[in-house]
Design a binder for this molecule. Structure first.
Ligand code: GLY
Length: 399
């Protein structure tokens, strides 16, 4: 599908800037909108979706991926956030076009848990902002598809059936899977029925029991037995070691359990989110952007992961809404420091490429996306900036 290149530039935003030290939220958001505009001006089709830009790429443009890649929802999600901020009609048109381009995802056999990331970050934001009934139907279909991977004996969604086949595992659940539960909670409240709520709650409960270690760090993958439902082992896939704290994985835990508290009101989910946050925050380097894995012996010469910093900043801003005043101030202050760092010359891509951020790490053990710009870092960065602005203006985070 060819898309029409638009020459309309998104105007310079004239907004009152909110200051906190060096951090100006509207300056950062306007920067994101300008980077989005640069990308829109070079993308040629709606079914090639930005994924990454390596740090030595000869071009400023994104390397794109198919709509079937697990990351395909983040670019449309970024467009929805940019539209939410600017109310620019051209961004609305682009958000809609890149979101509807994902529909074919639902025509394939379900082979992984990432449907929630793909469809909720895109169509979920689209539905929140427009109420389009077509998005609602597609989201309900997605929840139905995702639920196929739920195993009632284990009580969780099977994250990677293909990995199970390759490794001879009966069932596996990865910590990232927590994020996909948001779609199920949404579906339950939007005509899908109690079944989706029950699956999401069970998944979170079983994950809480099995994915954490005594110090509240998480492992990436738990392998389960499907006869007894018991945990067989904790291993890693993208982290440094089975026993290490992979930074983004810990971020998924903080974000996921905070969201599960929002949806269920269960105090144990809030407690575990806070404990996951505590060990993460305690071990951060001074600039609050983690090394890709907290236990890589190469630290301080290991790569950072700006994507973890962005998603944790966003999660802490939500967490700050559910705790007492002093804890709330602490989480907001930590998130602000993260956003200050990410908004600095050190981490923003600026003229180097069309992404928002540099220095993320996708899959270090596979040597893939190391110290790169990655689309989900940008998604959680703009989400965190909008959350920060809403909190500062006394607004609801999810309106
Ligand atoms: N969900 C895959 C990742 O975090 O890299």
């Amino acid at each position: 599908m060819n898309r029409i290149l638009s020459s309309i530039l998104i105007g310079t935003l004239c907004l009152s800037c909110t200051n906190s030290g060096d951090f100006k939220v509207d300056t950062a958001l306007s920067y994101c909108v300008n980077q989005v505009d640069s990308t829109l001006n070079v993308l040629e089709t709606y079914d090639a979706i930005p994924r990454n830009i390596s740090n030595d790429a000869p071009t400023k443009a994104w390397k794109c991926t198919s709509v079937h890649d697990w990351t395909s929802g983040f670019w449309p999600g970024i467009l929805w956030y940019a539209y939410e901020y600017t109310q620019d009609k051209r961004l609305l048109v682009e958000s809609e076009a890149f979101s509807t381009a994902l529909y074919p995802v639902l025509d394939r056999k379900v082979t992984h848990h990432d449907l929630g990331f793909m469809m909720y970050c895109s169509l979920g934001n689209g539905y929140r902002l427009t109420g389009n009934p077509e998005y609602k139907q597609m989201l309900l279909r997605t929840a139905d598809s995702l639920s196929v991977l739920y195993n009632p004996v284990v009580g969780t969604i099977n994250s990677w059936p293909n990995e199970c086949r390759k490794k001879g595992w009966p069932h596996n659940t990865i910590i990232d899977n927590m994020l996909n539960l948001e779609l199920l909670f949404w579906a339950s409240k939007n005509g899908g029925g109690q079944r989706f709520y029950d699956i999401a709650e069970s998944h979170a409960e079983v994950t809480m029991k099995n994915q954490f270690r005594e110090d509240y760090s998480t492992c990436h993958v738990v392998v389960y037995d499907t006869i007894s439902g018991e945990r067989i082992k904790q291993v890693t896939h993208q982290g440094y070691a089975d026993s290490s704290m992979w930074a983004r994985g810990q971020g998924w835990a903080i974000y996921g359990f905070t969201m599960c508290y929002r949806e269920t009101g269960r105090k144990d989910f809030l407690d575990i989110a806070q404990k996951a946050a505590e060990i993460y925050l305690k071990n951060l380097p001074e600039d609050k952007v983690p090394f890709w894995d907290f236990d890589d012996p190469a630290i301080p010469n290991a790569p950072r992961d700006a994507s973890a910093a962005a998603l944790v900043a966003s999660a802490l801003l939500e967490l700050s809404q559910y705790v007492d005043k002093s804890e709330s101030q602490y989480y907001i202050s930590e998130a602000t420091k993260m956003l200050e760092s990410l908004s600095s010359e050190q981490y923003q891509s600026r003229d180097k490429n069309y992404a928002f951020l540099l220095h993320s790490t996708g899959h270090k053990p596979h040597g893939y996306e190391i110290d790169a710009s990655i689309i989900y870092a940008d998604y959680y960065y703009i989400e965190a900036l909008l959350r920060w602005k809403k909190i500062n203006e006394g607004k609801d985070l999810f309106e």
